[in-house]
Ligand binder design. Structure first.
Ligand code: ADP
Ligand code: ZN
Length: 206
């Protein structure tokens, strides 16, 4: 099964993706993680992506689509995957339909007023786990792997404003796109705890 995770920045896509990956043995592909790894390794793609990411804008479609198309040809994607952060606009969705078969689009809906605080309080680990300062109780390392937690460079109020705007204008129309294809399933109360939201997702996937 191939799933798309849709939702605003801070909606909990990454958190739910790691839970879904563990229970259903689906590969988690995050375009944001791919870009951050490229930035860390100083690749050409990383250099190009950084300016867009820092501004809260989308990395150009040609670059992003090519990365995803390539990634889906790897052997580990054969048994199904979750796309987290792709597609992010209609052009990408239409491109995806040319090189992949989408079974389901899981749309995680969260009250917009909560997103800024969720993102600015987020601490992440290089292994892909993320946490919120309110539940860390002062911990500075990852409960899963022991790695040092840090704050993403784009998790600051200024950039978040721009990311939310990008989401509303470019990504939100995808809800309609997948609804029309009969592939949309909405997680209505994404405001709940990670476990509560995951319970809703499990129900949908049954
Ligand atoms: P979030 O969902 O919290 O905003 P991501 O890690 O998914 O964070 O993405 C971080 C940034 O990476 C985005 O703001 C954007 O600049 C870039 N990016 C990720 N996915 C895409 C995509 N599909 N198309 C264009 N840019 C992308
Ligand atoms: Zn970790």
């Amino acid at each position: 099964m191939n799933i798309i995770l849709l939702g605003a920045p801070g909606a909990g896509k990454g958190t739910q993706a790691s839970k879904i990956a563990a229970k259903y043995n689906l590969l988690h592909i995050s375009t944001g993680d791919i870009f951050r790894a490229n930035i860390k390794n100083g690749t050409e793609i990383g250099k190009l992506a950084k300016s867009y990411i820092d501004a809260g804008k989308l990395v150009p479609d040609e670059v992003t689509c090519k990365i995803v198309e390539d990634r889906l040809t790897w052997d580990d994607a054969k048994n199904g995957y979750m796309l987290d952060g792709f597609p992010r606009n209609l052009f990408q969705a239409k491109e995806l339909d040319k090189f992949a078969k989408v079974d389901l689009c899981l749309n995680i809906n969260v009250d917009e007023g909560l997103l800024m605080d969720r993102i600015c309080g987020r601490r992440v680990c290089a292994c892909g786990e993320s946490y919120h300062i309110t539940t860390l109780n002062g911990a500075t390392t990852c409960a899963k792997c022991g790695g040092e937690l840090y704050q993403r460079a784009d998790d600051n109020p200024e950039t978040v404003k721009s990311r939310l705007d990008t989401y509303n204008t470019q990504t939100a129309p995808l809800i309609d796109y997948y609804q029309k294809q009969g592939k949309l399933a909405t997680v209505t109360s994404g405001e709940g705890s990670p476990d509560e939201v995951f319970a809703q997702i499990v129900k949908i996937l049954k």
